[in-house]
Design a protein around this ligand. Structure first.
Ligand code: ATP
Ligand code: MG
Length: 564
């Protein structure tokens, strides 16, 4: 491809609209343009990368027996209503104003299950893996990371259908391996974490992550352990009991609204303070008791409650249920009988301080076994950097990460809701056992750039590069010899079926070199008058920025050994 005839609007300056390196470089290298918040146009060079990612996804999905579909983005809302996901998705789902009854699909579990219900009727019809590479729509709040979080994006989404739980395990393991192959082929360094199955239930779920400061996920990792912070736990010791078990006692705390105030004003050790918060879970109030310095993990709470419809209670609700406002609530002396759940670290603790459900007062010497009724204990807290891992006590590292892919044992949630059943070998009717598996195509591209760039530009791997060779003529518009040599090399490389971008523009060498480094094709072949006089050309490998000057006659063998 001749660059003089290509549409490649590169930018010299940083763009004010981009905050992270991949977004910045995709704009500057002329790969994408933003059309609206979270909506991007892929330009020819960017679209070539998208197609390379898609081809790798397709090959690896076909290799595990996946069958490729193309499902519509326009979906009847009834199907989504039957699984309760119109409500669960809330504002994330796009609804159409001028066509009642249709929504834009944010994912496709419902539609797959709908077709499975029509045609997968017997255990003999399974196992099945159905997949597609298709556009999804999600009305993300304030997308700000370029194509990493779009309102319209391409997803490879796959769904497995099995007649047994063992079958689901097999399908899940196949996807796990396929995902490893995909990211390895792309040249992306990744790690896998245990993830939350969220309010959707389901059995097992893992995410494929890229460590990056541009990430919106947080993970806790240590030797032999890795988990999304949404589910991560640690081996930190419980608060426990002290020998001196004094009677419970109320004391005035007029100026203490926070745990820090209690610690400062009364010298109470932080871990002996129990913090109480009230949540409204599916319209029902829950008092949640944690160590004073711990943060409640809402995703864990959602998983326990089996719903994502929960929120902190408002001031007037606090007074209605507990008798006090923020800063004075606790598990003892509640005005109304409400459900009380506590973090595991508080199991059996005594000598605790907590609000007295009377504004400006607290209790001390609370023995959680003796003085209050705790309905259930759960792991509710968010782990903290440095806490010992549950595997071997190694300190946890807490890192930012980007979610590249997600594999999920759904079980029968969708087949139950939509009545997708099959007859087993005994002629008994059972719900189809399903898994769901997704990878974001643009995210693969952006994550690769996050990991492979320098201040000059991108460093494409051979697998994802839009073209493999950047042929650069140095001042060829001023030299017939250089021009002739460039044309000859271009003709030969094209004949050899290499993917070549040929910078034949009448531009200065400086402009061409800067654009070439920005674009980041794996190898640059630089033909200039000085080297040519000695019968040589220069090649530069963008990944290492190493240069070689070699005889023109050896060029094809050298390229073949590098690219093949
Ligand atoms: P996130 O937590 O980042 O919003 P998610 O958990 O909602 O993602 P899934 O429903 O698991 O995403 O979708 C599968 C894959 O699709 C993700 O792993 C990610 O690679 C990609 N993806 C999800 N949302 C977006 C988006 N808004 N823009 C681009 N890719 C996305
Ligand atoms: Mg996910």
């Amino acid at each position: 491809m001749r660059q003089s005839a290509y549409f490649l609007p590169t930018l010299k300056e940083q763009s004010a609209e981009a905050q992270i390196p991949s977004h910045q470089l995709m704009l500057r290298a002329g790969l994408v343009r933003q059309l609206a918040s979270g909506v991007f146009s892929f330009l020819p060079m960017g679209y070539r990368v998208i197609k390379k990612v898609i081809e790798i996804l397709r090959e690896e999905m076909d290799a595990i027996g996946g069958l490729e579909f193309l499902l519509p983005a326009l979906n009847p809302i009834e199907i989504w209503e039957q699984t309760g996901r119109v409500e669960a998705m809330g504002d994330v789902m796009f609804h159409l104003k001028n066509r009642d009854g249709l929504v834009l699909a944010p994912t496709h579990e419902e539609i797959i299950t709908y077709h499975a219900r029509q045609h997968v009727k017997s255990y003999r019809d399974m196992p099945m893996i159905w997949y597609q590479i298709q556009t999804k729509f999600r009305n993300e709040a304030r997308p700000k990371s370029g194509v990493l979080r779009g309102r319209q994006f391409i997803m490879k989404d796959a769904y497995s259908m099995d007649s047994s739980w063992e079958g689901l395990d097999v399908a899940y393991d196949k996807h796990y391996q396929a995902y490893c192959n995909i990211f390895e082929r792309c040249g992306i360094k990744f790690f896998v974490v245990g993830a939350s199955s969220g309010a959707m239930g389901g059995r097992q779920s893992q995410e494929f992550m890229v460590e990056s400061n541009s990430g919106e996920d947080t993970c806790a990792i240590a030797e032999g352990y890795s988990a999304n912070i949404e589910v991560a736990s640690s081996a930190i010791l419980p608060v426990g009991r002290i020998d001196e078990n004094l009677p419970i006692e109320e004391f005035a705390t007029p100026n203490a609204k926070t745990i820090d105030d209690l610690v400062e004003q009364f010298g109470i050790p932080e871990h002996r303070c129990a913090k109480s918060v009230v949540y409204i879970v599916n319209d029902e109030p829950w008092l949640i008791l944690m160590r004073g310095n711990d943060e409640l993990n809402e995703t864990k709470l959602q998983a326990i409650a089996g719903t994502n419809l929960l929120r902190p209670a408002l001031s007037d609700e606090l007074v209605e249920f507990t008798g006090a406002d923020h800063g004075s609530i606790g598990p003892v002396n509640l005005k109304k009988k409400i459900k009380v759940v506590a973090d595991n670290l508080l199991k059996g603790a005594n000598s605790m301080v907590s609000g007295a459900n009377k504004d400006g007062f607290h209790f001390k010497n609370i023995d959680l076994d003796r003085d209050c009724k705790i309905d259930e204990f759960y792991d509710l807290r968010t782990v903290i950097e440095g806490e010992p891992s549950v595997v071997n006590g190694e300190p946890l590292r807490v890192v930012k990460a980007i979610e590249l892919g997600h594999i999920f044992k759904l079980g029968t949630k969708y087949s139950d809701a939509l009545g997708a059943t099959f007859l087993d070998s005994d002629g008994k009717e059972n719900p189809i056992i399903m898994g769901s598996y997704g990878i974001g195509v643009e995210r693969v591209m952006a994550c690769f750039i996050e990991q492979n760039h320098d201040e000059k530009g991108i460093k494409w791997s051979k697998a994802l590069a839009p073209y493999h060779i950047h042929l650069i003529g140095v001042n060829q518009h001023k030299s017939d010899e250089v021009n002739a040599a460039c044309e000859e090399v271009y003709a030969k490389l094209s004949e050899l079926k290499y993917e070549v971008l040929y910078d034949d523009r009448a531009e200065t060498a400086g402009i061409k070199f800067n654009d070439a480094d920005l674009l980041g094709l794996p190898v640059q072949v630089i033909i200039g008058g000085k080297n040519l006089k000695d019968g040589n050309v220069e090649i530069k490998f963008r990944a290492s920025d190493e240069r070689e000057i070699i005889p023109l006659a050896n060029l094809y063998a050298r390229l073949e050994s590098f690219l093949k």
